[in-house]
Design a binder for this molecule. Sequence first.
Ligand SMILES: [Zn+2]
Length: 239
Amino acid sequence: MTELLYQTDSWLKEFTATVTATDTEARTVVLDRSAFYPGGGGQPCDFGTLEVLDVTYPVEKVKKLGDEVLHFLGGTAPLPPVNSASHGTLDWDRRYKLMRTHTALHVLCGTVFRDYGAQVTGGDMDPLKGRMDFEFENMRAELVREIEAAVNHEVRQAREIRVRILSRQEAFQIPDLIRTKINLLPDNIQLVRTVEIVGLDLQADGGTHVANTSEVGTIKIVDYKSKGAINKRIYIEIE
Ligand SMILES: [Zn+2]
């Protein structure tokens, strides 16, 4: 089992860990703890490096498999033996951009729900750009500038972002979480991590976020598309 360090400290840029398993064929290493985000919820995985026994391996991909995190190592150096001590370093420039982008998407979904009652159905992101799908029948071109102004207003409110880990029972008491379909959570998940933009948005979420909306920057709505009568896709970029 890998302890997911990013869940409680999204600001961890470097960490030490012990190698618990390796797969020479796939060039993967499992660690007992990791700050590398393995991807999920629309947020892509982290990149970086892993130093073990004087070798610096590039970490080219990270993936969660069950309760373990697989680190895919580049290069040609032989993989380290199990029980080796290692030192991981994130590509922080990429990760911090993803934290800003992920938070921007939550500002967008909180604002659109508050102002138009539209629910989110999905989303995806890359550093400094992303898209979000809504059940938003009344979305039209004239609303683009209105939504853009409203989300940037929320960013400038410098709203705090709070991360909590709740029991399933506690989480199921929160009306805002029920709205975001928390009832679809698999039965075996007993702890729910919540990310709250205070006063704007609250979601069950495993991703990494900035601490305050003022870190996001300026959000631009660069496009929107109809994916049918009800489903609309909004594209954003961050500056
Ligand atoms: Zn999210």
